[in-house]
Design a protein around this ligand. Structure first.
Ligand SMILES: [Zn+2]
Length: 425
């Protein structure tokens, strides 16, 4: 008897289960139908009763939020396959571990934390830097992590929440020494893409990619970076970051680096990518993309048009002879050559305390053909770099000088010739 009833009920029952399952998986299905398969978490540092660093005319929390929202808007307008999640979209306090939790819960592909640097005692410095998780290789780097981590002191239960971590004690940072970070390579790569844009798009002084023990990065389980946009303690930079132009340009730089990363990520995973990184000229020629607010539907054909245009235009001539002369001016007059000393290469990123670096601090690197090429020193003055090179010849006898124009490696002889020509003007 029992069995007969079961048999009778069987079919509608199965249907019912199917409907339940379908409803259960609907959110992720539709997500994929809509193509929202890349999730980026944008974290505006500080907020609420935590102002972050304080400048003469502004607070760090507001600069961070303004730039974060601008980055998010650019992504939302132009990438209909990306889901943007903010850890905060207004002036509220969010505990540090909650920020990472938001990213982890969303199974984010990227975590981008936006901050503004500061120096105490009227010291001034300029430029943007990008940080990944690791052991600080200098006291100055440790200071940055200490300052950013000390926000946990605003949380009453920080001692239990962060397992006794004291943000102001150097000893607490030992935990970062033996930490394995499986996202390190991707994080460092994203960081270097950021710095490239800060140089090229934002024309900011390049303070390089660094590592330090940031709690917010430690807790996030995906490639993660922390950006220091500039120095709020340097009046000129504070004014710039508080201007519409400054905040907008920094956001554009971050957005472009994000596009570059996403494109490479997709190519690596699937061999195809519909992510397009417009060139500076294309962006200037296509204000419609930047101004459009909600109609993300229309931006994909727009981007396809840009891609088609880019394809018909040889890349080399696009740089030297674009259609609009006004763009040529801004593209070439500001082009800056930076000389650096290449000290060694490695197939993997090196830890800051790697023996091969021989204790040299403030080293930087660039990636070429999948190889990490480590450099030391950076200046537009060739003679200065030559002098710096002499100071390290004993340790790095094979070191040689290389040159970059707007962050792109260039022929060093041409660079020297141009340097001499400029100096003799
Ligand atoms: Zn901060």
């Amino acid at each position: 008897m029992h069995r007969i009833i079961d048999m009778k009920l069987n079919r509608p029952y199965i249907l019912y289960i199917f409907i339940c399952l379908w409803l259960l998986f609907l959110p992720s299905c539709t997500n994929h139908l809509w193509g929202k398969d890349f999730v980026v978490v944008i974290d505006a540092g500080h907020g609420g009763h935590d102002p972050g660093a304080i400048g003469k005319i502004s607070k760090e929390k507001n600069i961070n939020l303004n730039v974060a929202l601008k980055v998010g808007n650019l992504i939302k307008r132009n990438c209909d396959d990306v889901k943007v999640i903010y850890t905060r979209s207004k002036d509220v306090f969010i505990p540090l571990d909650r920020r990472a939790e938001i990213a982890n819960n969303a199974k984010a592909d990227l975590f981008i934390s936006i901050h503004t640097n500061a120096l105490a005692n009227n010291r001034t410095a300029k430029g943007a830097s990008t940080w990944t998780l690791g052991l600080a290789k200098s006291d100055a780097n440790l200071e940055v992590a200490k300052r950013e981590n000390s926000v946990i002191l605003y949380e009453s239960d920080y001692k239990t929440r962060y397992a006794g971590f004291n943000p102001n004690s150097a000893e607490s940072y030992i935990i970062f020494e033996f930490m394995q970070d499986k996202y390190m390579e991707q994080s460092v790569h994203l960081a270097s893409l950021m710095q490239k844009q800060f140089r090229q798009t934002c024309r900011r002084a390049d303070r390089g990619v660094h590592q330090a023990g940031f709690l917010v990065l430690k807790a996030s389980a995906m490639p993660s970076i922390l950006i220091e946009l500039g120095f709020i303690s340097t009046p000129e930079e504070e004014r710039y970051l508080n201007s519409e132009e400054g905040a907008g340009t920094m956001a554009k730089g971050i957005y472009r680096a994000f596009l570059n990363y996403k494109r490479e990520h997709e190519l690596r995973l699937t061999g195809v990518s519909r992510t397009i990184v417009p060139t500076e000229q294309e962006e200037d020629n296509a204000p419609a993309i930047a101004q459009k607010d909600t109609e993300s539907v229309n931006t994909a054909p727009q981007q396809e048009k840009l891609l088609a245009e880019a394809k018909t235009k040889p890349a080399a001539t696009a740089k030297t002879a674009p259609k609009r002369p006004i763009v040529v001016e801004s593209a070439t007059n500001d082009s800056e050559i930076t000389f650096k000393i290449q000290i060694l290469t490695s197939s993997k990123p090196l830890a800051k305390n790697d023996k091969r670096l021989k204790g040299l601090k403030e080293v930087d690197y660039y990636k070429e053909g999948g190889i990490y090429k480590y450099t030391y020193g950076a200046s537009a003055d060739y003679n200065k770099v030559l002098r710096t090179k002499r100071t390290i010849t004993a340790q790095f006898k094979d070191a040689f000088i290389i040159a970059f124009r707007n962050g792109e490696k260039m022929n060093v002889n041409e660079a020297i010739a141009e340097f001499k020509k400029r100096r003799n003007k």
